[in-house]
Design a protein around this ligand. Sequence first.
Ligand SMILES: Cc1ncc(COP(=O)(O)O)c(C=O)c1O
Length: 410
Amino acid sequence: MTNSLDRALRERALRVVPGGMWGHMHAKDLPEGYPQFFARAEGARLWDVDGNEYLDFMCSWGPVILGHHHGEVDAAALAQLQKGDAMNGPAQAMVELAELMVELIPHADWAQFEKNGTDATTTAVTIARAGTGKRKILVAQGAYHGAVPWCSPSLVGVTSEDRAHILTYTYNDVDSLNAAVEAAGGDLAGIIASAFRHDYGQDQELPTVAFAQAARAAADAAGAALIVDDVRAGFRLDLGGSWERVGVRPDLSAWSKSIANGYALSAVTGNDRFRAATQSIFTTGSFWCGAVSMAAAVATLTILRRDNAIAHMEAMGTALREGLAALSASYAIPLRQTGPVQMPMVLFEDDADRRKGFAFCAAALKAGVYFHPQHNMFLSAAHTGADIARALEAAELGFRAVRALAPVAA
Ligand SMILES: Cc1ncc(COP(=O)(O)O)c(C=O)c1O
């Protein structure tokens, strides 16, 4: 594997981009050998700037759900681009997309479009406050809802006033949820919960029916909004919204990542109870009418439904999970595999410092498979049975690398 162009670009970036790269996509947080810069991507594969090819299990951290550079989605986007993207208002694609989402998502009576997941969660919180006239928002401890002061995981540059009306609870813990509701007193505007507990570097946890029902009941009792943040999981678990799997419908949902197979778009959907509030708040963005991403989203959602893509991702994810479990048993190196199979989180037992996870991923990367050592991964509809077999061959090299690690001195 060569990396000379990647190294040169990192040096140039350091001079003109603070830190060379921002946020959690900084390659410094990954094992040695991971590239920072990419040149192209196709289907389940991507190539870094030095020409190294990888079988991709991050899918651009979620957005790529049908596979990179998908022919039908790109054709829809290109057809729209040739007609116009940034105009003085939206194109017809906006109405088509809203109609499609209202059809697919049982709780949705309407949809509104933005650009990033952070826009969508922040707007949902604003709608909850506008619709209830109350201030407190309950957020699960450790959950990620975006990169603005009310929810950023870092407190650098954030004031306590920014968080004055944010209270926390523990995901899947009904008692802690009810305690937070009580602490909100008569001032509860909304409860926001991720599709499932997918905190960085932690075992993932699907919502229990009891927790989802308790959140619904608490919101109803207080006249507050129940908000599901489906930005990360949306359309990978259920086209109608991830909490359809537990039979609980939110008032508002935030969507983004995979809605347009990689084109920048987000959405808030909601029921009629919050229609007037949504109309009443001031929210806008220079690029929120962009027609290309909306055309791409119409194509993406149509194909997901037509091809029953979730079932395919589940089958591939199950094959990967079972293969990894078999390797883990044969090498006697215990793994913890959590979360939905199509969004796998793979952690090693006794690996608080991630030594094992890093050795595993570095060896797999050398064999051309791009795993992540501490963030949930993503499958797309482009992964095939042959890809999973190849991933498991690389994983075997990963297990050997873990077995070869020097014991930690006592
Ligand atoms: C659950 C969840 N909510 C919100 C966001 C923020 O989305 P964005 O990065 O598009 O602003 C993310 C991004 O990873 C996310 O995973």
